[in-house]
Design a protein. Structure first.
Length: 343
């Protein structure tokens, strides 16, 4: 799972780098054309001098293009190799051919569908109720001022799940709302464009508002007299936060929720007020045992042993739980899964 996530981050970062490079190249071409010999009066140059300058100009441009194309080829080849290795691991353990049996059904987050005696089902967000209560208390403590709340915790501990749940439950109570997902090196033009589109769903950005400064001004002007709820998932640096924060007016009763793995970023977002920093803790041993014991009631001992391999991280536990539900309730097969995880 970690390798797949890191590969996705790397691909996303490289795509962002290509967008930046393409924009910069367009600007450089415009500047070079203005300063090129073709824009000057021919009498200033002899024919041989003009040919020499054009030759150097074309050679330089060609070298840059070839350099970038080679870099793209190398990066894509690297991504392809990594993907092939991950696919090979997937096939080696034959996960795709495992027959699913009735039981838990993971939805990819912390939510599992539990079979009931009446053949009905309900959503179980194990360990989330108390976290939700605390976060709701921070969001709705009666203060008028615009407030920033930060959820901090390890990768896979459930920060995004909490943020999504809060957004779904309370977003409609505000005049405007938006949910932003950030990569490690986000393209701020695309991020602000997404924010613009979400808060002004029926009025997409025009051709004159595509630059960062213009988008920031338009968003701030539009939100100036409105109550809003903005969720920013995955803030990796203070610089990214500052860019987005400057776009948002500090209106009464507005709320901003961010998730991050970095403590000093959370402090910067909350203006060093640790009261509004919520630390999402991993499952304790009791919660981890309960999580896995529900996969099969007769294999509680080995379920507990498997649960302790994940340091209480719900995302990894949910993924493995979904795999175990596809296996027959056999101690031997579950031991194989445990050995693979430990390896």
């Amino acid at each position: 799972m970690k390798e797949v996530r890191e590969l996705c981050y790397d691909i996303d970062d490289f795509v962002d780098e290509l967008f930046h490079a393409a924009a910069n190249a367009k600007i450089q071409r415009a500047l070079q054309f203005k300063a090129s010999p073709l824009r000057k009066k021919l009498p200033l140059f002899k024919t041989s001098q003009l040919q020499e300058k054009l030759s150097r100009f074309n050679a330089s441009q060609l070298q840059k293009k070839l350099s970038w194309r080679q870099k793209i080829v190398d990066e894509v080849s690297s991504f392809s190799s990594c993907l092939k290795e991950l696919i090979m691991l997937y096939k080696r353990y034959d996960l795709g051919s495992l027959e699913r049996r009735s039981g838990w059904e993971s939805n990819g987050t912390m939510s599992l569908t539990l079979p009931l005696a009446e053949e009905t089902s309900q959503r179980c967000y194990l360990g989330m109720d108390k976290d939700m209560d605390k976060l709701v208390g921070l969001l709705n403590d009666g203060q008028q001022e615009c407030k920033v709340i930060a959820i901090i915790g390890l990768c896979g501990v459930g920060k995004t799940t909490l943020a999504e749940e809060l957004y779904q439950k309370f977003g409609f109570q505000f005049q405007c709302c938006a949910f932003l997902r950030l990569s490690r090196k986000p393209d701020m033009k695309r991020v602000l464009g997404s924010l613009f589109s979400q808060v002004r769903q029926h009025d997409p950005p025009g051709t004159g508002t595509v630059e960062v400064d213009n988008l920031s001004h338009e968003i701030k002007s539009y939100l100036n007299d409105k109550r809003y709820f903005i969720v920013i998932d995955g803030v990796w640096s203070s610089y990214i936060w500052n860019t987005i924060n400057q776009t948002l007016p500090k209106n009464f009763y507005s709320r901003i929720l961010i998730t991050t793995e970095i403590d000093h970023v959370a402090q910067r977002c909350c203006v060093d007020n640790r009261k509004y920093i919520f630390k999402k803790e991993p499952f304790n041993k009791v919660e981890s045992d309960e999580f896995f014991s529900r996969v099969h009631e007769y294999l509680k001992e080995i379920s507990s042993e498997i649960a302790q391999l994940f340091s209480g991280l719900p995302l990894m536990m949910a993924i493995v739980a979904s795999i175990l539900t596809r296996l027959p309730p056999s101690t031997e097969q579950w031991n194989v899964v445990k050995k693979i995880i430990k390896f």
